[in-house]
Design a protein around this ligand. Structure first.
Ligand SMILES: *[C@@H]1O[C@H](CO)[C@@H](O)[C@H](O)[C@H]1NC(C)=O
Ligand SMILES: *[C@@H]1O[C@H](CO)[C@@H](O)[C@H](O)[C@H]1NC(C)=O
Length: 238
């Protein structure tokens, strides 16, 4: 009796413990599963270091995290922002940053501030989830002039994870390309309208000439016999 109880109880216990461990995870596991890699266009580790860009970037990220989480508490898994995210809550993965040809890869995660109260027990314990971090970096990319804040030249964030976001055209290119596109469009429209008008006018002229010609065609009639017309016309008139 006790042996059968043990046989049932022990596997159940093992499964329970394993599940709890898997769900809760630990700090290192959560970091490994929620770190995000981004790519800076045309940036090298040497410039990143000499420009002291890491502390600037962490400060930008912390600020953007507060902005995002303040208006998206549930997404961040928080009840309130009792303690704010600071640059010390941005962690980078050990072998980060790395040069990737002419670009630079940077892998990081965002830790919850100490004493932050989570909205539900299913929320991660130590770090913000990967999807939230990706959203925050996308917001940073869209809403801030991080390029000049970092003090680099064209270090656009082109990749967030495996998603490519492209290289935005510079302000100068926008100033030239947008009016140019409008000009080309305008020219195309003018040409289209002129062609239509010209065509209509030609049609009108042709019709006018046809109507007002004093029928010299009668003399040409015998030389150009049109068999279907000659047979049809008399039939209709009868
Ligand atoms: C989690 O791990 C990171 C990196 O090793 C460390 O900086 C951080 O303090 C740890 N957090 C906790 C709550 O242990
Ligand atoms: C959140 O944390 C603060 C202090 O850290 C505490 O006073 C407050 O009661 C907590 N709120 C909830 C809903 O747990």
């Amino acid at each position: 009796m006790t042996e059968t109880k043990m046989r049932v109880f022990l596997p159940v216990l093992i499964v329970l413990v394993a599940t709890t461990l898997c769900v809760q995870g630990d700090n290192a596991t959560e970091i490994a599963e929620n770190k995000v890699e981004i790519k800076f266009y045309r940036l090298q580790v040497s410039e990143w270091d000499s420009g002291l860009m890491e502390s600037k970037f962490h400060a930008l990220l912390a600020s953007e995290t507060n902005t995002y989480c303040a208006s998206n508490l549930a997404a961040c898994g928080l009840i309130g922002l009792q303690s704010e995210f600071k640059d010390s809550h941005i962690g980078k993965v050990d072998n980060s940053p790395l040069n990737d040809d002419k670009d630079m890869l940077y892998e990081f995660y965002i830790m919850y501030p100490e004493n932050s109260n989570k909205s539900s027990p299913s929320v991660l314990t130590y770090v913000l989830s990967e999807s939230v971090v990706k959203t925050i970096i996308l917001q940073l990319r869209t809403n801030t002039d991080y390029i000049s804040s970092l003090g680099c030249d064209k270090c656009y964030i082109t990749y967030i994870g495996s998603d490519f976001y492209g290289i935005p055209p510079s302000a100068l290119e926008n100033k030239i390309i947008i009016p140019l596109a409008f000009l080309v469009l305008l020219i195309v429209i003018i040409i289209a309208i002129s062609l239509t008008l010209w065509d209509k006018r030609r049609e009108k002229e042709a019709r006018f000439q046809k109507m007002h010609k004093p029928k010299p065609k009668g003399s040409q009639y015998p030389t150009k016999p049109a068999p279907p017309k000659t047979t049809e016309l008399p039939d209709e008139k009868v």
